[in-house]
Write a protein that binds this ligand. Structure first.
Ligand code: ZN
Ligand code: ZN
Length: 357
């Protein structure tokens, strides 16, 4: 069933071919269904990958997956989310009944390839979105900060951080100062580690220093990071690579017993000598999506424990999506990448956001 009034949504038709179109507005029909009215949705690296043909999405799908919204309509089984409640949306559906879900690995749900909001299922660059109660996290009253829109990326970073063994004296480098790098650096700093962010783009590094001055220093290369941080004759203890292309370099600066966390999906290849990993007792760890950390991420953001409000550097109306992508170094009209302008998290805002229904 669909609502008689249509809604506006940003639809993927192919690389560099995104269009705002009218789509049927969803109803809550099942007992646990919730329709939310989207307030803002962040553009992330995945969206840029999809828009530029580096990452596959289903043609015809509504993009977008990092959102703050408010409850617009609920099914009869939802009794604890009054209409108007502000919520952070967990876009990563899991079925709860497949073998990975039943063994506590919901981030590897067997149905993931067909249910990923904004990739293979309709997402949140839209005025309304249909989900179920399980995937909504209410924002505590009075704490609707700009950074709440980072709930999804922060929960992914928290899942990655949980896979590391951390003690405060460790020295760390986070590679890539995009939003994921910023999430990791803020979490590792909160755990007491000393570290730097490594970012090759001077524009991005400069913008980050300005937007989040309290965060770790930003340097241009990994060797600079090692030079700045390591004790004489040693290397780094923890490296988080959010770029997906710096594995070989990262192995070169790790201390014996060091931990390398890989979270980038750039699809490159790397040549490594396994003996180097064995001989140095290196741990190479992967992490994808979030597992049991969504509520914690929302709580951390709501209570301001991580100084991330400055990470949202622009809000752009949904209709002007091309301008938003341009801020992040994607010229949709010309069909190519451009130099990023130094923005961190750019959000799209539907026209209905903030208006009475
Ligand atoms: Zn994302
Ligand atoms: Zn499952």
């Amino acid at each position: 069933m669909t609502h008689p009034e249509p809604m506006k949504a940003l639809v993927y038709h192919g690389p560099f071919d995104l269009r705002v179109e009218e789509r049927p507005r969803p109803w809550a029909t099942g007992p646990d269904d919730v329709v939310v009215r989207v307030r803002r949705t962040g553009i992330c690296g995945t969206d840029i990958g999809i828009a530029t043909g580096k990452y596959t999405a289903t043609p015809g799908v509504v993009l977008g997956h990092e959102s703050v919204a408010e409850v617009a309509e609920t099914g009869p089984g939802v009794t604890d989310l009054p209409v108007g409640t502000p919520v952070v949306v967990n876009p990563t559906y899991y079925c709860g009944s497949c073998p990975p879900c039943r063994s506590g690995r919901e981030n590897h749900c067997a149905r993931k390839h067909e249910t990923e909001a904004g990739v293979s299922a309709d997402g949140l660059f839209a005025e309304y979105y249909l989900t179920t109660r399980t995937f909504l996290h209410p924002i505590p009253a009075g704490n609707d900060r700009p950074a709440m829109v980072l709930g999804e990326p922060l929960s992914c970073a928290m899942t990655g951080v949980r896979r590391l063994r951390l003690t405060p004296q460790l020295r760390a480098a986070v590679l890539g100062a995009g939003p994921m790098g910023v999430m990791y650096a803020s979490l590792l700093a909160q755990q007491g580690l000393t570290g730097v962010l490594v970012e090759a783009s001077p524009a991005r590094a400069g913008a980050l220093r300005e937007a989040l001055p309290g965060l770790w220093p930003v340097v241009g290369t990994l060797s600079e990071a090692a030079e700045r941080l390591a004790r004489p004759g040693t290397g780094l203890d923890v490296v988080v690579d959010t770029t997906g292309v710096l594995l070989e370099e990262a192995l070169g600066v790790l201390n014996p017993g060091g931990q390398l966390l890989l979270v980038g999906l750039s699809g490159g290849t790397a040549t490594i000598d396994p003996a180097r990993i064995a001989d140095n007792s290196i741990q190479v760890i992967g992490s994808i999506d979030s597992l049991g950390t969504f509520g914690d991420a929302v709580e951390l953001l709501a209570n301001g424990a991580l100084p991330l409000d400055g990470a949202v550097t622009a809000e752009v109306p949904l209709e002007e999506f091309a301008r938003a992508f341009a801020l992040l170094g994607v010229d949709l009209e010309a069909g190519h990448r451009t130099e990023p302008t130094g923005h961190l998290k750019v959000c799209l805002t539907p026209a209905t956001a903030g208006k009475e229904q």
